[in-house]
Design a protein around this ligand. Structure first.
Ligand code: ZN
Length: 462
């Protein structure tokens, strides 16, 4: 029966099509941001990045950057499409596991649609070829962030966002990853980034500097600094050290003298916080006056010139940025409302270092800040405008010292070392810290920390 057969065949095709449609229907677009109200639009949902392999070429004569990014990730949901963050720049080509993928731009998002849905657990690599003249992000309260051209090169850094101005990225600290970065610049310029310098190779008037940071790194902790720098290399505690000072700063001035003490300061902190968490040490001092801050870029902080303008070394800022290697870099915030976990501890490290280095005692700093604090402003969830305010830095440090006075030195430093070890290479929240401190101390600490971190009036001195 021809008709019957045809009907049967048609029904089978319809059934198969319906099955396909049904199978494709379970796939959904990944979220276009990480859901962090402090940074709307930043980060993305539906996948977890394991590593970035970046090849970028930058020509200071034209300000033009060309890049190839290979982003290896694992789907965490049924994904019909997903986003990467990329500010400006032009995308020439996107491939997923070598196959062309559809892509479009939506503001600072790169929307990628694979040929087939990606099920949870599926590992994939997105290759993006892109280029253009990178632009900084709108100025924040700490100065401009993102990629900034300089007369002889460029500086890319900034918190809470900066990475998307020079490569496609899941730009939120909740998705940490390893990085391999090869930067090609004209001969005679330095090209500095995070981690270990794997090599320098020259060809046709250009030099490629290859860096790798194998410990998981939050995207805002990446940096790229290109220009004329005096680069010093060495070894400290069995690990490579690379420091760099802008060539226009004096070779024997306070900036050079300060970063030269990086290993000494790191050792001081390691005695208190536990082993240094990364494979390399370093520091970069830029001369660009637009960089009005220092940032704890992983394994190699970047310091603006203003910290060294007083004519004498400033190791307090070095202690702050190096303390972040434990608090902020190795143990990162899962969301920006908990940024006191970074800044409270880094500020406290300044107090510890100053006391050690012949400056004010911790007790004196505590007294001064206690008297000066506006208790109406909370350390936890300070609001986006208060993200870099005194409540995060100084009140946060007061809370750390109040904890120390309450539990005693022995338990206090066991909490700090244990926390850094247990959460190494991960992320954490304030609630995680309070629970951990209570576990180590064997007592309730939540009311104490609530009073010091978020209470509306001056807490009683412990
Ligand atoms: Zn800081």
């Amino acid at each position: 029966m021809t008709r019957g057969r045809r009907w049967y065949a048609a029904a089978l095709v319809a059934l198969l099509l319906a099955g396909c449609t049904h199978a494709e229907e379970r796939f959904r677009p990944g979220a276009a941001d990480a859901g962090d109200p402090y940074v709307p639009g930043a980060g993305n949902g539906g996948y977890d990045v394991a590593g970035y392999r970046l090849k970028v070429r930058y020509d200071p004569a034209t300000d033009r950057l060309t890049g190839e990014a290979a982003v290896t990730a694992t789907a965490t949901a049924d994904l019909s499409r997903f986003n990467l963050d990329l500010a400006g720049l032009t995308v020439d080509r996107v491939r997923i596991d070598g196959a062309p993928a559809k892509h479009r731009r939506d503001g600072n998002e790169l929307v990628v649609t694979p040929a087939h849905g990606l099920p949870p657990g599926r590992r994939f690599t997105v290759d993006v070829a892109y280029g253009g003249v990178p632009q900084p992000l709108p100025s924040g309260e700490l100065g401009s962030g993102g990629f900034q051209a300089t007369p002889d090169g460029a500086i890319a850094l900034g918190q809470p966002e900066s990475a998307s101005t020079w490569f496609p990225v899941n730009d939120h600290p909740s998705d940490k990853a390893s990085y391999d970065v090869a930067v090609t610049v004209p001969d005679g310029l330095a090209a500095l980034s995070n981690g270990v310098l794997r090599g320098k190779t020259g060809r046709d008037g250009w030099t490629t500097w290859t860096w790798s940071e194998r410990s998981p790194m939050a995207s805002y902790l990446t940096t790229l600094v290109i220009g004329k720098y005096r680069v010093s290399t060495g070894t400290h505690a069995g690990r490579p050290v690379v420091t760099a000072v802008a060539a226009e700063l004096p070779p024997d001035g306070p900036a050079a003298a300060s970063v030269a003490r990086t290993g000494e300061v790191a050792d001081f902190l390691a005695d208190r916080f536990g082993p240094y968490p990364f494979d390399a040490y370093g520091g970069i001092v830029v001369a660009d006056q637009r960089i009005r801050y220092a940032l704890e870029t992983q394994s190699r902080p970047v310091y603006g010139p203003g910290f060294f303008g007083a004519g004498r070394p400033n190791t307090t800022v070095v202690a702050h940025e190096l303390a972040h290697q434990w608090f902020g870099d190795s143990v990162s915030v899962a969301r920006w409302s908990d940024i006191w976990l970074n800044e409270g501890f880094a500020t406290y490290a300044e107090w510890l270092w100053d006391e050690h280095d012949g400056g004010r005692t911790v007790a004196r700093n505590f007294e001064i800040e206690y008297a000066a604090t506006d208790w109406s402003r909370p350390s936890v969830d300070p609001g986006r405008p208060g993200m870099f305010g005194d409540a995060v830095y100084k009140r946060g440090a007061l809370a750390v010292h109040a904890l120390r006075r309450t539990v005693g030195d022995d338990t206090f430093f066991r909490i700090l070392r244990g926390w850094a070890a247990e959460r190494r290479d991960g992320t954490a929240t304030t609630a995680d810290f309070v629970a951990y401190a209570e576990r180590v101390a064997g007592r309730t600490l939540r009311p104490l920390l609530d009073a010091w971190l978020i209470g509306g009036t001056a807490p009683a001195l412990p």
